[in-house]
Design a protein around this ligand. Structure first.
Ligand code: UDP
Length: 326
């Protein structure tokens, strides 16, 4: 099979690339390396089934050709990470929407039968009171304006609407994925993601920065489980034209996460509490509780996650120590 991955040098994209190379597929990655990193695909670059183009999908002139070559496309290219979203509120909207639209247009023009897996986000559920599991049919609470955190969700909602409109209008085979706190190898903490930040801080015996009082709750999922789920969804025709949550329901507070990472890294770091204002800027609005309803992905894949959070953290610690030792 021929697999095209936009944003394939990024965190989730590079893990998808590895998965498909292992399956014996041919993989073409396009990435502008804005948040993606060459080191994520370095080993793959040595293999004959892997092609890489450093290009921006907004202007890449070989997009149509790459699309017509592909049997399956994963659209992962986007401006991501809370820090980046807050610092680049306009580019997050412009890039994410225009990139997705250009890809869909190229698919429509050159090849209608390709399967497209599109990345969206649990951020589209916005902030809501209580701790109800978030399900795909729920009303959404995003609001444009002063608080630019929501620009990311707005861009992804526009992408969802675009993707589903192409799917319905032109009978294209498109599935939208709402990711919930994915973690694992190749994720960088540079743009705010909590797990790689805690692992790095703990191993350096530096203060671990819990934002707020640490009572906020997330459910983390290992990217290797996520990649398996995406593949099963892509193989199931019933996923076509659907929006699907992908994540896990194993919840943890951020304070408990910091303690877990500290403990497993045998670190002497202090756990420190940083106000949201200090961490992100005055207008930041935290999501206190986020957990997915996963009935749909379970029905469509039958997949049970294999990685516990403890195992993922141990693996990340071992990789970081290994990298330093080299
Ligand atoms: N967070 C934290 N310390 C950090 C980075 C993040 O306490 O150094 C918190 C953040 O405020 C949020 C949670 O960890 O409550 C998850 O943050 P992340 O950016 O990884 O994901 P998201 O906010 O999108 O769920």
């Amino acid at each position: 099979m021929h697999v095209l991955i936009t944003g394939g040098a990024g965190f989730i994209g590079s893990n998808i690339a590895q998965f498909h190379l292992k399956q014996g597929d041919k993989v073409h990655v396009v990435d502008n390396l804005s948040t993606g990193q060459l080191k994520n695909i370095e080993e793959m670059l040595q293999t004959s089934n892997f092609i890489f183009d450093e290009a921006d999908i907004l202007v890449w002139d070989a997009l149509e050709k790459a699309v017509s070559w592909a049997d399956r496309i994963y659209h992962m290219a986007a401006v991501v990470g809370v820090f980046r979203v807050l610092h680049e509120p306009i580019s997050v909207l412009a890039t994410n929407i225009a990139g997705c639209e250009r890809l869909l247009r190229a698919m429509h023009k050159s090849r209608w039968d390709t399967k497209l897996i599109m990345a969206s986000t649990s951020e589209v559920y916005g902030n809501r009171p209580g701790n109800e599991a978030l399900h795909e049919e729920m009303e959404l609470h995003v609001k444009p304006g002063h608080n630019t955190r929501w620009n990311y969700s707005i861009s992804k909602l526009a992408d969802e609407a675009l993707g589903l409109s192409y799917a319905h209008e032109y009978k294209m085979d498109i599935t939208v994925i709402r990711f919930f706190n994915v973690v694992g190898p190749n994720q960088t903490g540079k743009y705010g993601m909590v797990v790689p930040r805690f692992v790095k801080q703990a191993l350096a015996d530096e203060p671990m920065t819990v934002f707020g009082d640490g009572s906020q709750i997330r459910a983390f999922t290992d990217v290797r489980d996520v990649v398996n789920m995406l593949n099963l969804l892509a193989e199931n025709p019933q996923s076509s034209g659907e929006i699907i949550n992908v994540g896990s329901t194993h919840e943890i507070t951020i304070k408990a996460l910091a303690e877990m990472v500290k403990d497993r890294a045998k670190s002497s770091s202090d756990i420190t509490y940083v106000s949201y204002e200090e961490a992100y800027g005055v207008d930041f609005e935290e999501i206190y509780h986020r957990k997915p309803e996963l009935a749909k992905v379970k029905r469509l894949t039958g997949y049970a996650v294999k990685w516990s959070l403890e195992d993922t953290i141990d693996d990340l610690i071992a990789r970081q120590i290994n990298r330093k030792g080299k």
